[in-house]
Design a protein around this ligand. Structure first.
Ligand SMILES: Cc1cc2nc3c(=O)[nH]c(=O)nc-3n(C[C@H](O)[C@H](O)[C@H](O)COP(=O)(O)OP(=O)(O)OC[C@H]3O[C@@H](n4cnc5c(N)ncnc54)[C@H](O)[C@@H]3O)c2cc1C
Length: 262
């Protein structure tokens, strides 16, 4: 069984900055981490690997060269290997173009039975990438999964839904997005770190995936960020002192009426 785990490198939470001119996230290499929910996805893959003989876990990431660190970390935690999608052609990709690239990589890996990813990334936070990859690959998807069990050629999952959970059985190959509560991610081991140091992780570009520049990056992205801004907080207080409650209420109503609020 081959499991692909999607690993996105994201800024540490206090490291997210936006360029107000272009609306694009300013990414620095400093303080980047594996998207926390992807660690849960990886841990789930490793749990399956520990419970069966024939499991290979591969970490797949799309990002700048610095995202290699995230794949190496995944290997240190127990993944068998991975692949990084990187290059100019990928820059500026929206969720559709990102999903297109990741789906092409999963196809190229071949014989992937299960794709695991986080329910959402802490930076973009759309939660669209997983379902879009499944749609591109034409495989079933189950989202918000808090429990998972592989049974022959299917996977039984428990999904968090409003007011409870639902149990679903899906045929493999399938894509599953996981929630935080599914497990407690493990830590890299010393032998894992040594393996990661020596691991040769291929870097695939657009050509390797058989995708044209028109299908990736800004050209392949129908989404346009029109404007991005941080909300400005302003607090101006008006204090009216009245001994008489009736007069105070009238004054308040006049204040609201003057501003077309009532
Ligand atoms: C017009 C536009 C331009 C953009 N330009 C850039 C840019 O130049 N550079 C840039 O970095 N971002 C850019 N983005 C953001 C980028 O599209 C998203 O970060 C990406 O599509 C993932 O979406 P998300 O962060 O909402 O992830 P979600 O959909 O919330 O993530 C869900 C899960 O999908 C998986 N996943 C998501 N992304 C990746 C990935 N890259 N590799 C592996 N697994 C992944 C992870 O498992 C993750 O937990 C741009 C977005 C738009 C709309």
């Amino acid at each position: 069984m081959r499991i692909a785990v999607l690993i996105k490198q994201v800024p540490g939470t206090d490291n997210v900055k936006m360029d107000p001119e272009t609306g694009v996230m300013i990414r620095t290499n400093k303080g980047n981490i594996i998207n926390p929910l992807d660690e849960n996805a990886l841990e789930e893959a490793l749990r399956i690997k520990r419970s069966r003989e024939d499991v290979q876990v591969l970490a797949v990431s799309m990002g700048p060269e610095s995202a290699m660190k995230a794949i190496k970390e995944a290997v240190a935690m127990g993944a068998d290997g991975g692949v990084l999608l990187s290059g100019r052609a990928f820059a500026g990709s929206d969720t559709i173009a990102t999903a297109r690239a990741l789906a092409a990589a999963i196809s190229k890996l071949g014989d992937v039975n299960l794709v695991l990813c986080g329910e959402r990334a802490t930076d973009g936070e759309t939660g669209q990438t997983g379902p879009m990859i499944a749609a591109t690959l034409g495989i079933p998807v189950q989202t918000y999964v808090q429990r998972l069990e592989v049974a022959d050629d299917a996977v039984k999952v428990e999904r968090v839904v409003e007011g409870g959970f639902e149990q679903v059985k899906v045929q493999l190959p399938a894509l599953i997005t996981v929630v935080k509560g599914i497990n407690e991610p493990g830590f890299p081991t010393l032998t894992g770190k040594v393996r990661a140091r020596d691991a040769v992780v291929p870097v695939w570009g657009a050509d390797d995936l058989g995708l044209s520049p028109e299908e990736l990056g800004l050209k392949g992205s129908p989404t346009r960020v029109v404007k991005i801004f941080s909300p400005k907080l302003s607090r101006s207080t008006l204090l009216h002192r009245q001994d008489n409650t009736g007069r105070a209420v009238n004054e308040l109503l006049k204040f609201l009426a003057d501003r077309d609020i009532v």
